[in-house]
Write a protein that binds this ligand. Structure first.
Ligand code: ZN
Length: 304
């Protein structure tokens, strides 16, 4: 009986041991679960914090972006204004000569010719160490590219004289633009790089015979919009010697009698003009004047 009693009372004791273990397990499980939940909670909190700080940063970047856009708009507007002013300034200027206080005289030669005469011209200029400004017609540049490559390689500069020597007063704005841009394409193609010029000379002076006329203003604005100045001259031969036989001697005398510091001399690629070139260069130097390119004249220090 006592065994039975003992047996009866014994199991509850064993059971309570198992319960403690079970309880411990449960307790540990709960603690583990709590700890796990706590770490999850902390992870969520820190993610939320990160998200908030990212949102802050995004907001900051958006603000900075807005500021930059605002500054960009300001600069863009300023730039547009300057460009307009620049075009206005250029289109209001037709250049007949440089600063009279320099001893420099720009030699400009128009149109173009076959390679014999062209190489002879370049030989003269090289022999006398003179850089000139040449205003070829695009047509000639297309035809004799190596001549113009040589000219640029030897320090001469090229100015826009239109693609086809078109008299511009009688054609549309669109045609004027295409004459100028076709010239540019011919030159770029011949030289193998993007050539930049500031100088335009109107074929036959057409459209520019009355300074300030509506026609001149129309053309000047297009030229200026293409980033160029209109370049005329103060010494030329075609009109001045129209009633005479323009021999090289007569040409030389006319240039030497009329050129002075700051002058722009207009010659053409004709046999007589080019034959006169060495005497013109020597004659100018004998008078204390220095033949040069347009760039050298227009950028010259007035006191030099
Ligand atoms: Zn011409």
């Amino acid at each position: 009986m006592s065994d039975q009693y003992y047996g009866r009372t014994k199991p509850p004791r064993k059971k309570s041991g198992a319960r403690i273990v079970l309880f411990l397990f449960l307790f540990l499980g709960l603690v583990a679960l709590g700890f796990f939940s706590f770490t999850q909670y902390m992870a969520i909190i820190s993610l939320q914090n990160n998200l908030e700080s990212l949102e802050d940063k995004l907001w900051q970047v958006e603000q900075e972006n807005k500021d930059l856009q605002y500054k960009f708009d300001e600069i863009y507007e300023e730039n547009e204004k300057l460009r307009e002013e620049n075009t206005m300034l250029r289109s209001s200027v037709v250049i007949n000569n440089g600063n009279r206080k320099t001893n420099k005289v720009a030699i400009t030669i128009d149109d173009g010719a076959g390679s014999d005469l062209m190489h002879r011209t370049l030989d003269y200029l090289k022999a006398h160490n003179v850089r000139a400004t040449l205003f070829p017609i695009g047509y000639w540049v297309e035809r004799e590219p190596e001549v113009w490559q040589r000219a640029v390689a030897e320090g001469h500069e090229l100015g826009n004289h239109t693609q086809n020597h078109t008299f511009l007063s009688s054609v549309s704005d669109e045609r004027v633009r295409s004459e100028l841009s076709e010239w540019q394409e011919s030159v770029n193609e011949a030289l193998g790089f993007e050539y930049h010029t500031y100088f335009f000379r109107p074929p036959g002076m057409d459209g520019f015979t009355s300074p300030g006329s509506t026609q001149a203003k129309r053309l000047q604005e297009i030229v200026a919009d293409k980033g160029m100045f209109t370049i005329l001259w103060d010494v030329e031969l075609v009109y001045a010697l129209r009633n005479e036989v323009a021999t090289p001697e007569r040409i030389t005398r006319h240039v030497l009698d009329n050129a002075r510091g700051g002058s722009i001399v207009l010659l053409h690629f004709t046999p007589n003009d080019i034959a006169a070139l060495p005497d013109i260069i020597n004659g100018l130097r004998a008078r204390g004047l220095e033949p040069c390119s347009l760039r050298e004249l227009l950028l010259a220090d007035p006191e030099a």
